[in-house]
Design a binder for this molecule. Structure first.
Ligand SMILES: Nc1ncnc2c1ncn2[C@@H]1O[C@H](COP(=O)(O)OP(=O)(O)O)[C@@H](O)[C@H]1O
Ligand SMILES: [Mg+2]
Length: 424
């Protein structure tokens, strides 16, 4: 996987909510990449920022800082990180000037002093100019990424139809082609990159408008895209209903007439009608009976194969994502603390928070259940970050843990110890 280009790239993403004068860092400098066709699990306890991450990616919220790239194009661009860089440069300059003043206190007319001051000011101005440029770019991308995408898609239609029209000698056929070309081009211009990513919400009751029929709920995306052809809309709705295991007759009913599992199927139908490339599934089974959870997982798996979907799967416990995900990111209070393949995470869990999540998974083995001890995670006693702050580090190939140098060394030894024990 690692040689592939990321399909979705989340970079230094920040989502801070205003709480009076303070701010709540719900998502705090989050970085990850998702590859095409992959199921990427995002796991962590309630309130750690999973939903906010998903909602910020699809721009239900404006990001405070950082970027998200989708299929190579920037779709989310916050400016806080650049503003902070400017603040820091100004602060650094102030400190530097203070130091120089002290150093040359005897002779502030010294040529070297002036030269050093000029140099410091220049460095600061360069940082400021660079970041102002980045802020402009971010604002531009934020405003234009959707329309740019429409133009990009329209260009594809041009490339396909214009040579055909040019080569057609029969005037009747030529006129037909032109008509078809214009129709496709018009639709393409309305194409929005944000339609390529759809979200399935945790609560299938709250996320479906009770006054709308199933058909209207599912067709909403098509209607917003400007499609008016009733017959076409019906056909598409019936097609996706069938894909999610419902039937045509369901189309005229209302959400409250359905069970929780069926409602989630309606939510999935709504998400796939625009043939997205990616689905963000936000705890899609948490609100469902255990007996139907597996059905919904199987449905998502089927759709992933049939439609070539890439999935970001959000869950609050590891047992759900274990078999479904290729890679898993563990989130704790707005930060990713561990990220690796599903297999590696269960074989070599390293961050104490990951271990605590693992200890919460019940197993169908009664002997194990008797021995199972819940490990609680207390960040204050688990880490000593007084000497060195943690950063995301690659402890083993493709295995990232949020740690400092001392922990990094400890974790590497831990992997060796686990493997040695496994061989005995
Ligand atoms: N719209 C909002 N305004 C203010 N705070 C919010 C908002 N949405 C979520 N939060 C807070 O952000 C944190 C993360 O929430 P959320 O992303 O919903 O977590 P999760 O999905 O992991 O349970 C929580 O402390 C929550 O209270
Ligand atoms: Mg949530």
């Amino acid at each position: 996987m690692e040689n592939k280009k990321p399909f979705l790239k989340v970079e230094h993403l920040k989502q801070y909510f205003k709480l009076g004068k303070r701010e709540l860092p719900a998502v705090d400098d989050v970085n990850f990449e998702i590859y095409k066709g992959e199921v990427f699990g995002l796991v962590g306890e309630s309130g750690c920022g999973k939903t906010t991450t998903g909602r910020t990616i699809i721009r239900l919220y404006d990001a405070t800082g950082g970027s998200v790239y989708f299929d190579g194009k920037r779709i989310v661009a916050g400016v806080r990180n650049y503003k902070d860089a400017i603040k820091k440069a100004k602060f650094d300059l102030k400190v530097k000037l203070g130091e120089l003043k002290k150093q040359y206190a005897d002779n502030l007319k010294d040529e070297n002093y002036k030269a050093e001051v000029d140099k410091a000011v220049k460095v600061c101005n360069e940082v400021i100019a660079f970041n102002i440029e980045e802020i402009k770019k971010a604002r531009f991308d934020h405003r234009h990424c959707n329309r740019e995408f429409g133009r990009f898609e329209a260009k594809k239609v041009d490339d396909k139809y214009l040579p055909l029209i040019e080569a057609e000698n029969n005037p009747v056929k030529k006129a037909e082609l032109v008509k078809e070309y214009k129709k496709h081009r018009r639709l393409a211009l309305k194409d929005r990159i944000m339609n390529r990513i759809q979200m399935i919400f945790q609560d299938p009751i709250a996320s479906l408008d009770p006054r709308m029929t199933v058909k209207d709920i599912i067709a909403e995306g098509l209607v917003i895209r400007g499609i008016k052809d009733k017959k076409y809309i019906d056909e598409k709705v019936y097609e996706v209903l069938e894909m999610v295991g419902l039937v045509q007759e369901h189309a005229t009913r209302y959400p409250h007439e359905f069970s929780g599992g069926q409602r989630q199927r309606i939510g999935i139908a709504r998400a796939i009608i625009l043939k997205p490339d990616m689905i963000i599934a936000d705890e899609p089974i948490s609100a469902l009976d255990v007996s139907i959870q597996a059905q919904v997982i199987n449905l998502l798996n089927d759709l992933r194969e049939k439609m070539g979907l890439t999935i970001m799967f959000i869950a609050h416990d590891l047992s759900v994502v274990k078999y479904f995900s290729d890679r898993i990111a563990v989130m704790y209070y707005g930060k990713i603390v561990e990220l690796t393949t599903s297999e590696e995470l269960f074989k070599h869990p390293l961050h104490p928070y990951t271990k605590s999540l693992l200890s919460a998974i019940p197993l169908p083995d009664p002997r194990y259940e008797k021995k199972r001890k819940r490990i609680t995670y207390n960040p204050l006693s688990a880490h000593d970050y007084t000497k060195e702050k943690p950063t995301m580090r690659e402890v083993a190939h493709g295995h990232f843990v949020y740690c400092n140098t001392a922990e990094f060394d400890k974790y590497q030894k831990e992997i060796i110890a686990i493997d040695a024990k496994g061989k005995q």
